[in-house]
Design a protein around this ligand. Sequence first.
Ligand SMILES: Nc1ncnc2c1ncn2[C@@H]1O[C@H](COP(=O)(O)OP(=O)(O)OP(=O)(O)O)[C@@H](O)[C@H]1O
Ligand SMILES: [Mg+2]
Length: 255
Amino acid sequence: MSGEATSAVAPSASAGAPSAHLRLDGVVSGYGQIKAIKGISLHVETGEVVALIGANGAGKSTTLRTISGLLRPSAGEISFEGKRIDRVAAHDIVRMGISHAPEGRAIFGRLSVLENLRLGAYQRNARAEIEQDLERVLTLFPRLRERVKQDGGTLSGGEQQMLAIARALMARPRLLLLDEPSMGLSPVLVETIFRTVIEINRAGTTILLVEQNAAMALQVARRGYVLESGAVALEASAAELRASDLVRKTYLGEA
Ligand SMILES: Nc1ncnc2c1ncn2[C@@H]1O[C@H](COP(=O)(O)OP(=O)(O)OP(=O)(O)O)[C@@H](O)[C@H]1O
Ligand SMILES: [Mg+2]
């Protein structure tokens, strides 16, 4: 099949460098015959926040789903901490240290906040550690602490978003994949979510952040990639992306 990456542009830092925390090389993935991503190469280094921005349908969520093993790439390679993961089952990828807070919240509406959070740790055995992490995420999101007994489905949209992120953290990931954490939130809550993303990163978790809110994402991230029609259109530092014409006109809504 065709559809291989034709781009010869390789990030210069990669040549001969130690293996990145996360690396995608020419990844092709999609749904049946539909190739939603067409040869994506990107890397995330330990400790970074990297933004993935792009319009509706650009392939951002597909990229995250492919990394987390929900979709299997038809070509290309994905490695995490030096190990190939593109043939590893999703639950094993979680065990290896990657956790995904998917788009659209995807929490369990009939389970309580506490039960949702505990489910995030379902692959872990160390009870004491799980209790510590529970305490940590409830400190990170005080709104959730006030509502631990409430059913997930009765939370407000913003609270559900917090729950989705908190649940992903309960797996104690070294790499957190966040899909549009600010979607549908009020400006105040967007601020809260982004401040929390920074806190999570400072506490040692590497983050790949998908956002349509490019302005926010590029404040939080160190570097970023712009996806267009399933391919990387631009890769640069956050500062360079903020200054680029493409990003300013298309994603920051500037004239
Ligand atoms: N389950 C699916 N079945 C078939 N096609 C899909 C499916 N999910 C996504 N697609 C298609 O794959 C392409 C990429 O979608 P994706 O969800 O990755 O985009 P996105 O960048 O996350 O967009 P958005 O900003 O709207 O969330 C789109 O053309 C979309 O229609
Ligand atoms: Mg999406």
